[in-house]
Design a binder for this molecule. Sequence first.
Ligand code: ATP
Length: 234
Amino acid sequence: MPDPVLSLNRLDARYGDFQALYGVTAHVNEGEVVAIIGANGAGKTTLMRSIAGLIRNAPESILWKGQPIGRLRADQVAALGIALVPEGRLLFPSLSVEENLIIGGQLGRRGPWNLGRVYELFPILKERRNQQSTSLSGGQQQMVAIGRALMSNPELILMDEISLGLAPVIIKQIYDALPGIVGQGMAAVIVEQDIAKALSVTARVYCLQEGRVSLEGRSDTVSRDEISRAYFGM
Ligand code: ATP
């Protein structure tokens, strides 16, 4: 078994005096797609923000290809090949679709992703490329957020609640695009409220409960009972 690309080793995370994560240990293998599930407030977004360098952590608590990255800034983490699709998308509102995408490519990392590939993945974005990003529907804005992350040619993409608030038909479109995104050497961590969806698109799953890992398992074998217990602590 090759070493994981990402390892979390007893990761703690705090907001001032409030501790949001307690000793989280987890890993992601090269090209692997992993789900993070858990109730509201369990710490899923905090976990994603910690990996992405938006929350500073103990250096050794996050390893990227064996190197400690827990203290790096977000721009330094992005330059290593870790891209975040943040909860709420956070597009640049005054910029067009294409300008938002181009910003994602500013890191200059080499790889298969460019504007043409993103437009192949989400053709509607090509039609809308000169429109201001805020004039798009929520689903289309989510496609821009994913495309912007891909433009940095990451080796790991972190997707935080990408289907939140979107219509089922759009969620399907976005998840249908997933096999075209991952599996070519790109790993993914997906935070998803819809557990069935999360399990159907991932190889392994971690459940967080009140900042701790309450379950780790293979997505195709984990049972509903195990998940209920891990979710609610029953
Ligand atoms: P949700 O599904 O609601 O997004 P989550 O699992 O992503 O939840 P987090 O957003 O990581 O959970 O929050 C974990 C805990 O940290 C919660 O108790 C939350 O109130 C707290 N928290 C989150 N952000 C901050 C902050 N900026 N300052 C203080 N506490 C915070």
